[in-house]
Each structure stands twice: as C-alpha cells, then as structure tokens.
Design a binder for this molecule. Structure first.
Ligand code: PSU
Ligand code: MN
Length: 305
C-alpha cells in the first residue's frame, strides 16, 4: 500500500519536478461557512495554477491520504458534516481506522513532507491562545514548524491569539519568522500587529534560498512566512480589538476548549463583523497562494540551491 494518493496533476508535477503548493483543508471544513468554503477552495487552487504551480489540497478520506483532490472530492469535503480536524496527534489514527478528516497546518506539513512538497499556503497558523498561562492552549502547529521542513506562507498569526507569546514560542523552537516586504509582523486581518518581525525578506527567491540553506545546514523544521493582507482588504486593529475580546469572552462563557476554540472564534468574529472578517480572510489566503506559488517556482528552478 502506498502511503498517499496524489491527484493526477500532482503526480505529474512531482514526477517532473514542477512547482507544487500544498494547501490545507481544515480552513474548508472548520474555518469558513458553506458555500463560501467551496468557492474559496476552488479560487485558491485557481490562483496557484494562474501563478504557475500545481495545487495539492490535503485530506484523509476513508483512510486514504490524498495529496491533491479532485473537484468531486473537494465538494464532498466542503459539504461534509462532522469531519475530524486532524493535527499531528490524530493523523495516523485517522488513516489506520479508515476515517475521514481535514488537515490543519501541522497535519498538512506532515503530508507535504511525505509527498516531497516544500511550500504550503494557508490563512493563519495556530499559535498560543490568550490565557494560555492557565489553559495551556498552544497549537501543535508551532512545534510542527520546528521539526518539519516545509515553508509555510500565512498572514501571520490570527489576532485571536496572543501574538507576542506566539513569537516567543517560535523563537524558542528555532523557527524563522520572516515578514514579507515589511518590517512589521502582520496580524491576519490587519497588516500590522504593532510588533517588529524577527526577520524580513522582499523576494520569493530569498525565501526559497533560505529554505534550501536550512536543509544544507541539516536544520530540521520549516520557515514561517508572514505575508501581510492586501491593503484594500485589511480591517484595522481598532475595529477588531473589541470584537475579538467579545468573541474570546463568549468562548469562555460557553466552555469551549481544545480543538473547538479556533473554529468557534472564527465563526463568532464572522457574525460580529457581519461577514467582513470572511472577505478579509479570502483576500489574504489568495494573496498567500500567489506568493507560495512564486516560492515553489524558485525552489523547483534550482536557482535557490
Ligand atoms: N486559519 C484560518 N482558519 C482555520 C485555521 C487557521 O483562517 O480554520 C485552522 C488551521 O488549520 C490551523 C488550525 O492549523 O486552525 C489551528 O487550530 P488549533 O489552534 O486547534 O491548533
Ligand atoms: Mn488548541
């Protein structure tokens, strides 16, 4: 039995060394409401193609790890209810028991490594939640970045998280956090978290070269590329701060814990912004898909090595 099943396009691209961009599926099943989730998933795949790379959306379906989904599989996943949310802890168990699950950032990185894909585009990574000093809620995404060699393009950490603590954990874990084209750390829906980013790069070529250099040095782990949301789609921090505070308080009042926290907060913020948070989310994921495709092209052209 092979470990994963590539879609026909992905199989061709992997065989010829053409650029491939990994995409996660938790954003489809737990991050956005139907039917926008399917539209966005299709749009992001089209953006990757338009930028010259092949999209590989990851999911486990009936125990099979799919690297690249057909149109029918994508639609089935977007409509499915009670799909598991798979992180590092759940992936092998889901495959071994022939289950179905969507991949988080951590699980998508694992799938990308298994398939030999070096770049992955998403919206935002999981991180250290506000109040983690008592809840201990720290996403497995951070530890995955420390050990799995995939460059992850995100719009920073979501503003629902404690961004300073998230940066501290990434630093402790030795994960390069690279802001793209600006000095400041982006905060998902906003272009700036009001904090300087640890590193800055201004081209896809530099990012690809740094990825290759880490491998040459024998350093495990990936890189986090923090790509600011396009200016015209941004929601400013002053608008969001009270909304996030309210969503966080609601989560606590409803006793939401564990895997449920991130999806609950995203849904609540969607309601409290009358859908504006979703429009911003779509714009930033598409922007990340385009940059990831450029990085993938640099990696596969060989100039990065
Ligand atoms: N960003 C989004 N929507 C999402 C997520 C991130 O805009 O749905 C998902 C990603 O899959 C990420 C996960 O890996 O949330 C983090 O969940 P947790 O905090 O439970 O580790
Ligand atoms: Mn968590």
């Amino acid at each position: 039995m092979t470990l994963f099943t590539p879609s026909p396009d992905v199989a061709d691209a992997l065989a010829s060394g053409a650029p491939v961009v990994a995409l996660e599926s938790t954003i489809i099943t737990h991050g956005m409401p139907w039917p926008q989730n399917l539209e966005v998933a299709r749009q992001v795949e089209a953006d990757v193609r338009a930028a010259g790379a092949v999209p590989a959306t990851m999911a486990v379906m009936d125990g099979t790890l799919h690297v690249g989904l057909t149109e029918a599989q994508l639609e089935a996943l977007a409509q499915a209810e009670n799909v598991a949310k798979l992180s590092r802890a759940d992936m092998a168990a889901c495959m071994a028991t022939r289950g179905t699950g969507a991949t988080t950032v951590a699980a998508t990185m694992i799938a990308a490594r298994v398939a030999g894909i070096g770049v992955f585009a998403t919206g935002g990574i999981g991180g250290v939640h506000k109040g983690a000093e008592t809840s201990f809620d720290i996403s497995a995404d951070l530890m995955e970045l420390a050990q799995t060699p995939v460059t992850v393009v995100a719009a920073g950490a979501k503003a629902i998280l404690d961004i300073p603590k998230t940066l501290e954990v990434l630093e402790t874990q030795g994960v390069p956090v690279i802001a793209y084209g600006q000095d400041y750390m982006p905060a998902f829906w906003s272009r700036s978290a009001g904090l300087k980013a640890p590193l800055r790069m201004d081209s896809a070529g530099e990012i690809a070269a740094a990825h290759v250099m880490r491998a040459k040095l024998g350093l495990p782990g990936g890189q986090l590329i923090a790509n600011p949301i396009p200016r015209e789609a941004e929601i400013d921090r002053d608008t969001l701060t009270p909304i996030i505070a309210r969503a966080t308080a609601d989560a606590e009042a409803h006793g939401i814990t564990g895997k449920g926290v991130t999806p609950y907060l995203l849904q609540r913020i969607f309601e409290l912004t009358d859908g504006r948070s979703l429009d911003a989310n779509i714009a930033l994921v598409r922007n990340n898909a385009r940059l990831a495709a450029e990085i993938a092209a640099e990696m596969s052209s060989g100039t990065a090595s």
